[in-house]
Design a protein around this ligand. Structure first.
Ligand code: URP
Ligand code: ZN
Ligand code: ZN
Length: 469
């Protein structure tokens, strides 16, 4: 099967020009000003952008968490992603207590097998290096294409690890070529603040945010940076929300340390005003780290513009309000932490980043596709429009109007964080390795089209498996 995308404005992290993209089989075979080739299908992209498929480096599908399981499984979550122009994501395998990493990986792969709509990789979230997973086993994960380890410095009594575990994992990563990811909040301090709030009778969702102050995020971010530097490991700080965390990342980067940070779509648009909404509606905005005051929105836009932060993910960890978030109606600490967002990252960042003049189109592509692909060992197979790359492409109509709503979304959650937001600009057509996944409002490819991708080690490239046809 061959596809010719004609006359679109091709946007990569570096380039912006009008041209044609010719796809043969799974890969991009030619890119040029005016290609004279026959194709099985010709797509007129005049007036449209041709973007690389977006890469979401941070999602949680079908994950047991907070006394329940995230509502989106691989099929529904990836369908939502495809409609939002995301063609590859990296999900978290969470090591169950006492399990080996191999057992954990088998369990997660079994949940995904045959249901994948888009391509995916896995990070390994380490919860225990005493029983179950060993340092030796951890060191072998990059051989299987699992080239990033995540550690939680929060969620005491559940996923949180101590500094010894964190440091040992960093030492292994430094040797094995893995990237260390941290959820940076001081879990011990948060645990004290949560107990104090509950003892004082403060049970409302707002107290989720008030018991996880920016200082707790800033302290843990700084600690992780120093420990990673000591261990010689590269570090990626996930879901950064505030000045207190941006500043230590910026300082480390200024010194040339191997430190990167990510923020998520929701932290540009939601705040303490949302989590304070009455009648338990605030529970929709319970995720960790929490929403902050609105002054941080500008901090984050500046950070993504200046490369203090290098990627925007969704941290899609969707629950329904009714029946899941309501588990914490009488106690904010029992509200499952997480929010939906896989479908709307490109919509929201294009509208309020590019159209509002905060970032360029090139920078948007870099933050949503190229940098996640580079950092997580997917580049140049993913994350760009180039000869030899996978034909993961988004034909994006910058004039298409779309109203974001739970009524039309593909996530199974019963709410949308951006309900009613009108955007101008949306994907018209989404291709995964040359197959049309989405056209307009229709999903054309069936589950099973997506694949597991073995990612390259940190700093190495994932090249096409064979030369382009
Ligand atoms: O609240 C969140 N972010 N839930 C997902 C798990 C995590 O911390 O990334
Ligand atoms: Zn986290
Ligand atoms: Zn997460």
């Amino acid at each position: 099967m061959s596809v010719l995308i004609k006359g679109g404005r091709i946007i990569t992290a570096a380039d912006d020009y009008v041209g044609d993209v010719y796809v043969e089989g799974e890969r991009i075979a030619l890119v040029g000003a005016s290609l004279d080739v026959d194709a099985d299908r010709v797509i007129d992209a005049a007036g449209k952008y041709v973007l690389p498929g977006c890469v979401d480096p941070h999602t949680h599908l079908d994950m047991p968490f907070g006394g329940t399981v995230t509502i989106d499984d691989v099929e529904s979550g990836q369908t939502a992603a495809a409609f939002g122009g995301t063609t590859c994501h990296v999900d978290f395998v969470i090591q169950p207590p006492g399990a080996t990493f191999a057992q954990a990986l088998d369990e997660w792969k079994a949940k995904a097998d045959g249901r994948q709509v888009i391509d995916m990789g896995y990070h390994m979230a380490i919860t225990d290096l005493n029983e179950g997973g060993t340092l030796e086993e951890l060191a072998s994960l990059p051989d299987q294409g699992i080239t990033s380890y995540k550690l939680f410095m929060a969620y005491k009594g559940a996923l949180m690890v101590d500094d010894e575990t964190l440091f040992r994992a960093m030492e292994v990563a430094a040797e094995s070529g893995a990237l260390v990811m941290v959820h940076a909040e001081n879990g011990d301090v948060i645990d004290v603040l949560v107990r104090q709030a509950l003892e004082a009778g403060n049970t409302e969702p707002l107290y989720h945010a008030l018991t996880r102050p920016p200082e707790a995020e800033g302290e843990a971010t700084n600690r992780a940076i120093q420990l990673a530097h000591l261990a010689g490991a590269p570090l990626y700080v996930v879901h950064v929300t505030c000045r207190e965390a941006v500043e230590p990342i910026q300082r480390a980067r200024d010194k040339g340390w191997d430190v990167w940070g990510e923020t998520c779509t929701q932290y540009f648009f939601t705040s303490l005003d949302d989590i304070a909404k009455p009648d338990f509606e605030g529970a929709k905005y319970v995720y960790s780290p929490p929403v902050r005051d609105k002054a941080n929105w500008d901090v984050l836009w500046n950070a993504v513009r200046t490369d203090a932060l290098s990627a925007i993910s969704t941290d899609h960890c969707a629950f329904s309000w009714d029946g899941q978030k309501t588990l914490g109606r009488d106690d904010f600490s029992k509200i499952p932490n997480g929010g939906p967002g896989l479908e709307n990252r490109l919509h929201m960042i294009h509208e309020f980043g590019v159209r509002a003049g905060r970032i360029t189109l090139n920078r948007m592509v870099e933050l949503l596709a190229t940098n996640p692909a580079k950092l997580f060992g997917l580049y140049p197979r993913k994350g760009t429009v180039a000869v030899g790359s996978d034909a993961d492409l988004v034909v994006f109509d910058p004039e298409r109007r779309h109203t974001i709503s739970v009524a039309t979304q593909h996530s199974k959650s019963d709410y949308n964080l951006y309900e009613g937001t009108e955007v101008t600009g949306a994907p018209d057509l989404v291709l995964l390795r040359g197959v049309v996944l989405v056209e307009g409002d229709e999903l054309l490819a069936s589950p099973g089209t997506g694949r597991f991708v073995e990612r390259a080690r940190f700093g190495e490239q994932l090249l096409p498996q064979t030369a382009p046809a």
